[in-house]
Ligand binder design. Structure first.
Ligand code: ZN
Length: 425
């Protein structure tokens, strides 16, 4: 078990000061870049193509100069240069495991360096004495095996259930007095429902006290149901398979997910690759700095988020992701800021039944129009206009130019929520 495992924190990395963290990550990054350049032919080609040598990437800031590699690039490169696309950065016989993501993408992992996820389970309260069902798949993807080992690093006993077989899961959870659940929120809800159908009262008959989720968003409503109705403490993490697992995790404050210091995480403008400031929405780009087998630099996840540097009362000092709010495909840039359909959805929830954002161009200025169909046709439109405009501005950080109220049924179901009507030629 790691340092500090009996205390509030899993390891010392979690509480580094800003200066120490900056030096730590810059140092790790320099090592990872030099290692990839020397050992992974594709990493070297990408850097050569950008006119860069490892000496040019001294700090996280310098990463901006390096092109982003996306899932589609990985798939293509692995076809051209099987099996690892030229990103294997060590002799093949030293690779300990190979995971397979849809694509297929083959992901090599070196040896024993899989401890870092443990801090996410530790922050969620998993300890020795816990008996935990790990309902993630144990084949192909990294989730099952790596989360299993991370739970073991926290001292917990793991029940190797994997996905599916709801009845067996329910029975095992009852018979083994399971205290922890690891999986998706929807699967836990399925388990609870099934237990009810089998004649049990989940709250009375089961001992599940904590749950750790990844793989799908945890809605505030489901979280409240699990915590208030079933007494289950919930925590979530953000994980991506290609760069190797959980990248950010919630602490007991549950207000954003702390970055793991085993990766360099950037939030960037996905069109230019430029790094963004706290609060600005962009693509999450990851460089693993812990896996010597994988010379992957600047992997573009396609997920959109923003981050905050506000201090967290939990004492962990890493910046926090504010949540995943969409994919790069659902995002459109308006006056320099990305607007994501899910954010607009959040802003208009409750008052409108359907909406559409239309971005157009008037002279040199982007214009954003919100078109809505009201849930109640008699609603006070003047008041609602002000409310919607304020909510959109505070959530999306872009001011609306106009709101159009439409008759019910005007916006077809198959229309995109965000429409870009600007012409650039
Ligand atoms: Zn925290």
């Amino acid at each position: 078990m790691a340092i500090g495992a009996e205390g509030r924190f899993y390891d010392q990395l979690e509480t580094m000061s800003a200066e120490v963290r900056r030096d730590y990550l810059d140092g790790k990054l320099r090592e990872a870049v030099a290692h990839a350049y020397d050992n992974a032919p594709s990493a070297r080609e990408i850097m050569d193509g950008a006119g860069l040598t490892p000496g040019d990437i001294r700090t996280v800031r310098d990463l901006e100069r390096l092109p982003i590699t996306r899932k589609t690039d990985l798939i293509e490169l692995q076809k051209k240069r099987p099996p690892y696309g030229g990103f294997l950065a060590m002799p093949p016989e030293d690779v300990a495991r190979v995971f397979i993501s849809p694509g297929p993408i083959y992901e090599p992992l070196h040896g024993s360096n899989v401890r870092w996820f443990a801090k996410s389970f530790y922050a969620a309260g998993f300890r020795k004495g816990d008996v935990v069902v790990n309902t993630f798949t144990y084949h192909l993807s990294p989730a099952g095996v790596l989360f299993h080992e991370a739970l073991r690093d926290c001292g917990a006993t793991v029940v190797v259930t994997g996905t599916g077989n709801t009845d067996i899961q329910v029975q095992a959870m009852l018979d083994l007095r399971v205290t922890g659940f690891v999986g998706t929120p929807s699967f836990l809800m399925t388990v609870i429902r099934r237990a009810g159908e089998m004649g049990y009262d989940f709250r009375r008959d089961f001992a599940v006290a904590r749950a750790w989720f990844t793989g799908e968003p945890l809605s505030p409503l489901v979280r409240r149901t699990l915590e208030d109705d079933y007494g289950i403490n919930t925590c979530q993490a953000y994980a991506v398979t290609e760069p190797g697992g959980a990248l950010a995790y919630e602490c007991p404050q549950k207000s954003g997910m702390h970055f793991m210091d085993d990766y360099v995480i950037e939030i960037v403008d996905h069109q230019t690759g430029g790094q963004l400031s706290p609060g600005e929405i962009g693509e999450i780009v990851v460089t693993p700095v812990h896996n010597a087998a994988w010379g992957l630099l600047r992997f573009g996840t396609g997920d959109m988020s923003s981050y905050t540097t506000e201090p967290c009362p939990c004492g962990r000092t890493a910046h926090r992701l504010t949540g995943i709010i969409g994919r790069t495909g659902d995002a459109v840039k308006v006056r320099g800021m990305f607007v994501v359909s899910r954010q607009v959805e959040e802003a208009v929830a409750g008052s409108v039944s359907r909406f559409q954002v239309v971005v157009s161009r008037q002279g040199e200025r982007d214009e954003m129009t919100l078109r809505v169909e009201l849930s109640e046709p008699d609603a006070d439109r003047e008041r609602l206009s002000v409310e919607l405009a304020n909510r959109v501005q505070s959530l999306c950080r872009v001011k609306l130019d106009r709101i159009e109220f439409l008759a019910a049924g005007t916006i077809p179901d198959d229309q995109p929520r965000v429409v870009d009507e600007r012409k650039w030629d």
